[in-house]
Write a protein that binds this ligand. Structure first.
Ligand code: ATP
Ligand code: MG
Length: 188
C-alpha cells in the first residue's frame, strides 16, 4: 500500500501542467449532457464564464436551461430545430447547423469564455452538416486556457484523437425501455 501511495503521489506531483482541455462525452448510455452541465455548475462556482451551444435539439424547456438562464455567468444558445427525421429537410438542417456553428465559433474565439459546451455536436459532424476539418480547426484555434466539452453519441475518430479526456457512457439499462417516459429533473 505504501509503495502504491508513493507512486500515486509521484503521479500527482508530475501532473503540474495547466491548459484549456478538450473533453468528449460520448456513448449510448445516459449522462453525457448532464455531465457537461455539471461541469458548467462547477465552473460558475469558480466565477468562470461559460458558453453553451446546443445543437440538434430544438427543445427550450429543459431544467438546466431554466436554471442556468438565471446565471449571468452563462450564455445559453439553443441552435437546433430537432432531428432530421422530424424536420425531413436536410438543406434546412445544414443551414441551421452552419448558422449555429457561427455562434459557437464566436465563443471559441473569445477568451473571456473559460468553458464552452458544444452539446450534441457529434451529430452535426457525423451527418456531414458541418465540415469536420473546419470544426476541429476552430476548436484547436481557441484561446489557450479555454476548456471545451463536446457531447453526443458516436464521437468521430478526429474528435477522440484531439481530445484530452474522453468518456464513453455505457447503456447498461434505461428506464425508457421499460415504458417509462422522460422524467423532469432526470431526463430533461
Ligand atoms: P442526459 O441529458 O440525461 O445526460 P445524454 O445527453 O447522455 O442524456 P442524449 O442522447 O442527449 O443523452 O439523450 C437525452 C435524452 O434521452 C434524455 O432524456 C435521456 O434520459 C435519454 N436517453 C439517453 N440515453 C438513452 C438510452 N440509451 N435509451 C433511452 N433514452 C436515453
Ligand atoms: Mg445529450
Amino acid at each position: 500500500m505504501a509503495r502504491k501511495k508513493a507512486l500515486i503521489d509521484a503521479a500527482i506531483d508530475r501532473a503540474d501542467q495547466e491548459k484549456g482541455l478538450l473533453l468528449v462525452l460520448t456513448g449510448n448510455g445516459k449522462g453525457k449532457s448532464s455531465s457537461a452541465f455539471g461541469m458548467a455548475a462547477r465552473a460558475v462556482g469558480h466565477g468562470m464564464k461559460v458558453g453553451v451551444a446546443q445543437f440538434i435539439k430544438g427543445r427550450t424547456d429543459t431544467g438546466e436551461e431554466a436554471f442556468f438562464r438565471r446565471c449571468p455567468e452563462i450564455e445559453w444558445h439553443v441552435l437546433g430545430e430537432g432531428f432530421t427525421w422530424d424536420t425531413q429537410d436536410r438543406e434546412r438542417d445544414i443551414a441551421k447547423a452552419r448558422e449555429g456553428w457561427e455562434v459557437a465559433r464566436r465563443m471559441l474565439s473569445d477568451a473571456s469564455f473559460n468553458l464552452v459546451i458544444l452539446d450534441e455536436l457529434t451529430y452535426t459532424m457525423n451527418y456531414g452538416y458541418l465540415d469536420s476539418d473546419r470544426v476541429m480547426a476552430d476548436i484547436a484555434a481557441r484561446p489557450h486556457g479555454q476548456h471545451v466539452v463536446v457531447t453526443g453519441r458516436a464521437a468521430s475518430d478526429a474528435l477522440i484523437a484531439a481530445a484530452d479526456t474522453v468518456t464513453e457512457m455505457a447503456d447498461v439499462k434505461h428506464a425508457w425501455r421499460a415504458g417509462i417516459k422522460a422524467q423532469p429533473g432526470i431526463d430533461l
